[in-house]
Design a protein around this ligand. Structure first.
Ligand code: C5P
Length: 410
């Protein structure tokens, strides 16, 4: 769950003090946490505490020109992998159930394309009131997830249901929610040649640790893979992008899973199956250090260390021979010589349907650049495209894949 981003809305309830601990617990587990504090919430905890614990600016106002200039509220609502409301007060739930958008928190809840996990907290009569129960049923129907409330003694002196779940229970619910697809599809089928299809794309390099500070990597920027994920989403597909460490932003409308190593990439890809199309555009490191060191390697009298390398799993070959093999499996072949020969060999060896081959010798500037010259190699032959911007290569590739799917397979 390293690197997953949580947008935490802190509502106005006495349980808000537990949300301070929740921020710590989430960060301990490697999540980044951006906090939105409602006006009522700020009566219970201060923006300064939340900013110190989250390490990020706390957002409070809908119509704040300065905050809006740095990050617009729509972007704020989409930038996270999961939205968490803790404490979720009766008022926040009522607003969300009825689609109000009259402050920052309610506007974000209406504008987000991500799942929302609510940790309700309120007096037991407020929780048991038919109005609240109606709102919760409506929100469940809309896809909102809930953790708690539990039974127990309340700050108001009564005893019963309404106590906010403990921070560690909320963390467990966050992890469970993130294990599934957290992007909420639009309620109408997106038109396009890939409508109704599921596509998995890998992109970027992988980082293979040597010790806590060093790693093995390559020059892949993720530009081509990300452009393909975006083009597939624009063509109506539901897209999971499994990305290694890159600096390019997550494409809009795509469920992006961030990983570091080849093994994590394989795990995320397998967890995302079944799919109709798999596109392996990542430059997966072929080898990793067999036993990465827990402590930083030191220079010493014994001379340079020997890195015992072991082979990484081949994600493309694994998917192509998987029990849940997608109908179309597409690989990339980045070569510096005999581009087409190598691509043809790879097509057969990895049992994929199509190889997109490109010349990445340094003179071409493909690695990290914005243009690409590719050859499409399949059983039916080789098709060479002119040098095109990566976004256009992506669109053409997606159109070609849609045509192949339409023909009833590879
Ligand atoms: O074998 P080579 O790395 O040249 O093959 C490139 C293709 O195989 C790419 O599509 C890449 O994403 C995929 N690959 C993989 N897992 C590996 C190595 C490569 O999925 N361990």
């Amino acid at each position: 769950m390293m690197g997953k981003r949580i947008l935490l809305i802190v509502g106005g309830g006495i349980a808000a003090y537990k949300s301070l601990d929740l921020v710590r617990r989430l960060r301990e587990r490697g999540f980044s946490v951006r906090v939105v504090l409602t006006e009522a919430g700020s009566q219970f905890v201060t923006p300064l505490s939340l900013a110190s614990l989250s390490g990020q600016e706390v957002h409070q106002e809908l119509f704040s020109l300065t905050a809006e200039a740095r990050m617009g509220h729509i972007e704020l609502s989409r930038d996270a992998d999961l939205v968490v409301i803790a404490p979720a007060t009766a008022d926040l739930l009522a607003k969300a159930a009825h689609g109000h958008a009259n402050d920052l928190a309610s506007t974000l809840l209406l504008a987000t394309d991500k799942r929302v996990l609510a940790a309700p907290s309120m007096n037991l009569r407020m929780w048991l009131h038919p109005a609240t129960q109606r709102n919760v049923a409506t929100l469940r129907g809309d896809g909102m997830l809930f953790v708690g409330p539990g039974d127990g003694a309340m700050a108001c002196g009564e005893y019963g249901p309404g106590r906010m779940a403990e921070p560690l229970e909320i963390v467990a619910a966050v992890e469970a929610a993130l294990a599934g697809d957290t992007t909420i599809p639009l309620p109408f089928a997106k038109p396009g040649p890939l409508a109704g299809l599921r596509v998995i794309v890998t992109s970027g390099p992988t980082h293979e640790p040597i010790d806590p500070v060093r790693y093995i990597a390559n020059r892949s920027s993720g530009k081509q893979g990300h452009a393909i994920a975006q083009a597939a989403a624009a063509a109506g597909a539901s897209v999971v992008l499994v990305s290694g460490p890159v600096t390019v932003p997550d494409p809009a409308g795509v469920n992006t899973i961030h990983v570091e190593t080849a093994r994590q990439m394989l795990e995320a890809v397998e967890a995302s199956l079944p799919a109709d199309i798999f596109i392996g555009a990542a430059a997966v490191a072929d080898w990793r250090v067999g036993a990465a060191l827990a402590e930083k390697l030191k220079k010493g009298a014994s001379g340079p260390p020997t890195l015992g390398l072991v082979e990484n799993p081949d994600i493309l070959a694994t998917v192509a021979s998987h029990a849940q093999r997608p109908r179309l499996v597409v690989g990339f072949a980045a070569e510096t010589e005999k581009v087409i020969d190598h691509a043809q060999a790879k097509l057969a060896r990895k049992k994929c349907d199509l190889i997109v081959a490109n010349d990445v010798s340094p003179a071409t500037g493909v690695m990290g650049g914005d243009a690409n010259t590719v050859h499409l190699v399949s059983k039916s032959g080789v098709e060479t495209w002119p040098t095109l911007p990566k976004a256009e290569v992506a669109q053409r590739l997606v159109a070609q894949l849609a045509a192949r799917m339409g023909e009833g397979g590879a």
